[in-house]
Design a protein around this ligand. Structure first.
Ligand SMILES: [Zn+2]
Length: 615
């Protein structure tokens, strides 16, 4: 028996899903049982061409009518590579993502090919105008063969029904391995798709289900009686109208949009804020997340507006020992300024918020708890009211504070609050000063450090000292000059990020800034600031971390300490290095960093540290 997995492994070179046609046809038959009356119609009667072994020529009636008008408008034959897809075809294509034949593919159950209102045509350039004129939306360069029908009057739940059809079919043929019929593509369902026979399950008499001939009438034939309404989505110019307003009111009732009739609230315009609110709603309701309001999403929104049904039984709590998950209470400002030590915790938070869909995927995960992170926390808290159906782990609901307390962590991590042990927010004790050196207070007193800088030195000097020892900078005069440089350049970490915007560095070829935004992205960071794409790239290679993808790491004290010490040791900043001066000449040593600006002033600081470092 050839399984779907075999097709995935061996048929990629052909780029064709013809190998799963038998199973596809069984799924369509099963969909017929689940959708009385049917919703898809055959399009073989139109002037189209394509490989009938892999393409199912069905669409929803409104989409078919629009396609017929496009063909009439253009004249000639339209080549179609993909039309209605079954979940098993989508599963195969999804597995082939990133290969030469499939650049991107939606998660099975979520492609609008599975809903029956999308087509792919290799002749997109020639046909684009005629298709767009009749309500077919071109996807764009990311998937240039793809057109979606956006003229309305179609259902968007067919893909989910396809998944249910497969799950039902699997269960009928595998009574000892039953899976949930939930219309979702999870690991369980994906694994069963892999193991299913590509030619279809054997019927009771032992022979495979005969494969219907491609010319056979469409298995799902009658249009749905559902009243057509347009699909609301983000387009330019934006959609407007009372239907948009009604949806916004429902979203506002869910706490996902402001009640105020302004740009971010109920204004009847389907803009970014509305689309983002829809995405969050869809994510929480287990719907396909596309930011569009079709019949399915609309129905779910309307159902939410009805009185709450009887509560579900309490959730099964994961059996985690009390306090086993260690977390810190987080709030705005954390990971920034004096609270840089919380950056890792904030990064975890930001990633979790992205997974919940309340922080946009393109928001930076930078470990800095700013306004965007706070807004995302508040959105999440609004989605967890005092309702045991919606706040499963904290039935009394979350307070909308923007502060990530124990209860908020519990709902974020889907565990009982008792499983979370709250940790102290105060900074970890700085690494100690090793034996053989004066203690920190004495050292800073002797160096006559300015009071404004002292707290930063208390945190970062031991770190830099440890880095010196690790990197073989053991000559105390050299250490003294490293400290003096950190103090002069960044006040020992008080200014880890250049204050200017970085725009002045835009297009600076000497810095390697060759892409838009490089100036800002690669502005100065660190105890001794590095600037520009070239320097960030060089340090990425040397330290084995991705400073191009995450330039903000260069301001993390541990990483900045490596750049400071290794850069001065090796002459990375100007070509001159610590050993060139062997600690004799603090004035000339300035050439390690720069010209001779402020050289005497820094030499005086270094002299004080050199005195202080004498054991
Ligand atoms: Zn497509």
């Amino acid at each position: 028996m050839r399984t779907v997995k075999d097709v995935i492994r061996h048929d990629r070179a052909t780029c064709s899903t013809a190998g799963v046609r038998g199973l596809s046809m069984q799924i369509i038959q099963e969909m017929n049982r689940l959708i009385p009356g049917g919703v898809l119609v055959g399009i073989d009667d139109l002037n189209i061409t394509g490989d009938s072994a892999s393409v199912n020529f069905f669409l929803q009636p409104q989409a078919k009518a629009a396609l017929a008008r496009s063909i009439q408008r253009q004249g000639g034959t339209l080549a179609i590579n993909s039309c209605f897809r079954t979940v098993v075809q989508q599963h195969v294509l999804f597995s082939w993502q990133g290969s030469s034949c499939v650049t991107i593919a939606a998660t099975p159950g979520r492609s609008n090919h599975e809903d029956g209102y999308a087509i792919d045509t290799p002749d997109f350039a020639a046909w684009r105008q005629a298709l767009e004129a009749e309500g077919w939306d071109w996807f764009g360069p990311g998937d240039d063969v793809h057109f979606t029908y956006i003229g309305g009057g179609v259902r968007d739940d067919i893909g989910g029904i396809g998944l249910k059809a497969f799950q039902t079919l699997w269960n009928r043929h595998n009574p000892t391995d039953l899976i949930d019929v939930d219309g979702r593509y999870g690991e369980e369902t994906a694994a069963r798709l892999d193991r299913s026979p590509a030619d279809g399950f054997l019927v009771t008499d032992g022979s495979p289900t005969p494969t219907p001939a491609p010319t056979e009438p469409a298995p799902i034939i009658e249009p749905s009686a559902t009243a057509p309404s347009r699909i609301l989505k983000l387009v330019s110019p934006p959609m407007r109208g009372d239907d948009v307003k009604a949806v916004q009111q429902l979203l506002a009732d869910e706490g996902l949009l402001s009640q105020a009739p302004d740009a971010l609230g109920i204004d009847g315009v389907y803009g970014n804020a509305t689309a983002q609110a829809v995405r969050i709603f869809q994510l929480h309701e287990g719907l396909s997340v596309d930011g569009q309001v079709g019949p399915n999403t609309l129905k779910a929104l309307q159902e939410k507006a009805l009185p709450t049904p009887a509560p579900q039984p309490p959730p099964v709590q994961p059996s985690l020992p009390d306090g086993s998950i260690r977390r810190v209470e987080l709030q705005k400002g954390d990971g920034m300024g004096a609270w840089q030590h919380l950056r890792d915790d904030v990064e975890v938070l930001q990633t979790t918020l992205q997974n919940w869909g309340v922080l946009p995927d393109d928001a930076p995960v930078d470990g800095q708890f700013g306004s965007a992170t706070e807004a995302a926390v508040q959105s999440f808290q609004r989605l967890r009211p005092a309702d045991p159906n919606r706040s499963r782990f904290v039935p009394t609901g979350l307070a909308i504070t923007g502060v990530v307390d124990r209860n908020t962590w519990a709902e974020l991590l889907k565990v009982h609050p008792a499983a979370i042990g709250m940790e102290n927010r105060t900074p970890e004790t700085a690494p100690g000063i090793p034996n053989g050196f004066p203690d920190l207070a004495t050292l800073l007193d002797k160096a006559r450090i300015p009071e404004a800088i002292r707290p930063f030195a208390e945190q970062n000097l031991p770190l830099i000292l440890a880095q010196c020892l690790r990197d073989g900078v053991t000559n105390r005069k050299q250490m003294a000059y490293v400290f003096a440089t950190a103090e002069h350049e960044s006040h020992f970490g008080r200014f880890m990020i250049e204050l200017a915007s970085g725009d002045d560095y835009e297009n600076r070829s000497d810095l390697g800034n060759n892409q838009p935004g490089d100036g800002r992205r690669f502005k100065g960071r660190g105890f001794v600031q590095i600037t520009g794409r070239i320097n960030y790239s060089n340090w990425s290679k040397r330290l084995g971390i991705d400073l191009i993808g995450k330039p903000e790491l260069a301001s993390r004290p541990d990483i900045a300490a490596q750049i400071l010490v290794q850069g001065m040791r090796d002459g990375s900043f100007t070509g001159l290095k610590l050993d060139d001066f062997v600690g004799n000449d603090f004035v000339s040593a300035r050439k390690i960093i720069n010209g001779l600006d402020r050289a005497q002033q820094i030499a005086n600081i270094a002299t004080a540290y050199a005195e202080a470092l004498k054991a």
